[in-house]
Design a binder for this molecule. Structure first.
Ligand SMILES: NC(=O)c1ccc[n+]([C@@H]2O[C@H](COP(=O)([O-])OP(=O)(O)OC[C@H]3O[C@@H](n4cnc5c(N)ncnc54)[C@H](OP(=O)(O)O)[C@@H]3O)[C@@H](O)[C@H]2O)c1
Length: 332
């Protein structure tokens, strides 16, 4: 079968993996062999995830790229789903291939009204945002009326986090670097938008839509979902309310953060920072997201769709930051 695999050399010959991405090529590989609790899926579409591409140098040469997708189930040894069911999934075994091996409990049936493209966009980024928003909800005793900051809000995880936090009743401040991306975040439901975390103070005070609003920073953020890291995370730590929970989900900036923890402790007693890791990649959690899309409560946030032969261009667009939301590759 054909698959897109990690090769030894960086694609653009750059030492900066965050810019160059992993070296990769489409080639014939042996069909994957499922373990006892694993299903085989004929892949229809897959999505691009920043982590698997920017940090691709971590993967061994020959590794099949990709972590999620949508396809047609060929065989489910658990017997839970019949063959030919349309399924969305995550998999640790690589998905940018004509066939993928998927842990049975990571499979979710796709509702008939949800397109392949939308279903392919959801799994990795959507599950991360879902667990992050659930974590904030549990820690803060609900999000209704709470101030939540989302960085990287026009990206994959950020775009879902904005929507899910809003759906949970939060007042959402979204940070994205260009006006176009800020408008995108607003369209997804953000109450306020800003070009940087520091500027979020002004966005709150002035009311980004011109309406009178309480300055976000006058009360501080109760919850933060940060996908950017670097200075964005450090600035967020200076702008939280007592008892806040800051989830550092990623570091798309590629930068480390210099955080004055003592200043945060004094300004916002009880505030905590968590190095968040998405652990719930179950089909059950994915079904929750698919049901929201089917009900029109969650937008799949697909910015671009390309045939998978155009994978190099798609990866360059993602790492070069010219794509918005999720990019989906059509495999068949
Ligand atoms: N912890 C976990 O379990 C987990 C799970 C999934 C993903 N992640 C991580 O989460 C991060 C986001 O993933 P994603 O799939 O959402 O990526 P994505 O779609 O590429 O979005 C990343 C966003 O980060 C912003 N960004 C990039 N570089 C920036 C910089 N230098 N300064 C400010 N903003 C910058 C971009 O914002 P602009 O629109 O402003 O350019 C972009 O929208 C990655 O680091 C990924 O590895 C972690």
């Amino acid at each position: 079968m054909r698959a897109i695999v990690r090769t030894g050399a960086d694609d653009a010959g750059s030492r900066d993996a965050a810019q160059a991405g992993p070296g990769m090529e489409m080639r014939e590989v042996p069909a994957p062999r499922p373990g006892p609790d694993e299903a085989v899926v004929e892949v229809v579409a897959v999505s691009l995830n920043f982590g698997g591409l920017a940090y691709g140098e971590l993967a061994r040469p020959g590794t099949v790229l990709g972590a999620d997708g949508v396809g047609v189930l060929l065989h489910d040894p658990s017997g839970r789903l019949p063959a030919r069911t349309r399924v969305a999934f995550t998999s640790p075994h690589g998905t940018w291939a004509e066939r993928a091996v998927v842990p049975c409990d990571s499979l979710a049936e796709v509702p008939p009204t949800v397109s392949d493209t939308d279903a392919a966009a959801l799994p990795g980024a959507g599950l991360t945002a879902l667990q992050a928003v659930d974590t904030l909800q549990a820690a803060l005793g609900g999000l209704a009326g709470r101030n939540v900051l989302v960085t990287g809000a026009a990206g994959g995880v950020g775009g879902y986090a904005v929507q899910l936090a809003k759906r949970a009743g939060a007042a959402v401040t979204a940070v994205a670097r260009s006006v176009e991306r800020q408008e995108h975040a607003r369209r997804l439901g953000a109450d306020r938008v800003a070009g940087s975390v520091e500027a979020a103070e002004d966005a709150g005070a002035a009311g980004a839509d011109g309406a009178a609003e309480t300055g976000t920073n006058s009360v501080g953020f109760d919850g933060v979902i940060d996908t950017v890291g670097g200075e964005a995370l450090a600035a967020a730590c200076r702008m939280v309310a007592p008892g806040a929970l800051i989830l550092n989900v990623g570091h798309a900036s590629g930068r480390a953060s210099l955080i004055d923890v003592e200043a945060m402790r004094r300004r916002a007693p009880g505030a905590r920072i968590e190095a968040f890791v998405c652990t719930d990649v179950s089909g059950r959690a994915l079904s929750r997201l698919l049901a929201m899309v089917a009900a029109g409560e969650l937008e799949a946030n697909v910015g671009r769709t390309r045939p998978w032969g155009e994978y190099r261009q798609a990866v360059r667009e993602l790492l070069g930051r010219t794509s918005v939301g999720k990019t989906v590759l059509r495999v068949s």
